[in-house]
Design a protein around this ligand. Sequence first.
Ligand SMILES: [Zn+2]
Ligand SMILES: [Zn+2]
Length: 389
Amino acid sequence: MTVPIAKLSFWGVRGSTPTVDPATSRYGGNTPCLELIAPDGTQIILDCGTGLRMLGSRWAAPNGGKTPETHILVTHYHWDHIQGIPFFSPLYVENNEFHFYSFRSKFLGRDSLKQVFEAQMALPYFPVDMSAMSAKRKFKEVDGGDSFNVGENKITARWLNHPQGCLGFRIETPAGTVAYATDNEPGDAKLDESLRELAAGADIFINDAQFTPEQLETTRKGWGHSSWLEGAKVARQMGAKTLVLFHHDPDSTDRMLDSILRQAREEFDSVFAASEGMVITLGAPGDRVQAHMPGARTALRREAQFHAKVCGVTEGGKDFEEETMVRDISLQGALISLKHLPRLQSELQVTMEAPGTDGLQAMNLRGYVVRIDAAPEKGHVAVGVVFTD
Ligand SMILES: [Zn+2]
Ligand SMILES: [Zn+2]
């Protein structure tokens, strides 16, 4: 007997606007887009932020192409949740079929989502209009409170507290339940209750964590977003198993998010900060919820044998310290003192010696000169390089 497993991939996790900044690159800069493959092969996409383009470029037709149907749930019409649509290449392939679900906006009336897409692709905002999209597209209106089935999965929509409205979705699959509740501000009793209904007993509860608890009480009150602390409270109260902090502020650097995650883990046992490329599987034997991070150091890796002392925290939350050997390291750049003055934006070949138990090893790298400063030693310059290969 095969075990039902669902796979949830995070293609975009940033809120409000994409960020292309080295300081935010580890968690990622694309705006909301998630993909859930249910055990029956049903493909569900949550939101169409800029992460959707990445999903399109690594497209694998659902069910091995036998039933190339994809269901796309759109929470609301703010830019960060729709901007990936024109750049989603599977929409330009005739055989594909997409079922879009969203609500009727009081600002747009009937066929709101269809109108949003058409307006977004109207000339002169985009070089081609919707007629260039040859895939089949169907639009379905859903309202807060609606439930419907897609394959053997049950989807429930609930209103959340956000300017111009936003839907949260709860997806129950045979492998487990995912609640997706982004763009939501606590403080409206009725809508807080909808959020709790979405989260109740969910295996994965994805919640808006754009602001810090302090911002939420002061400068960002009324902006339509939440904090890690509110997410942790709801998760604990409603018995959600794992909380995923989502919709990171574009001004939150990786270091700020590390600190937010650390604080959230003190409040609630099982928390992850959504990270671009992260995949969570549901229903696997043993651990029901397993998170996998993308290979972040596949480039520029060099074998080494450096002695090291490592201090950290175990899975069970205990501090540890251990002496060990670094087996390989990935390198981004270095500061090198030189008597010669290399040209800015030129290449340097750098060979470093790595001490090892079997004697010295040479580590060869190619660097790209990004800055040149005066060095502390007389007659030298300090050369900043980024390693390219
Ligand atoms: Zn948003
Ligand atoms: Zn929004």
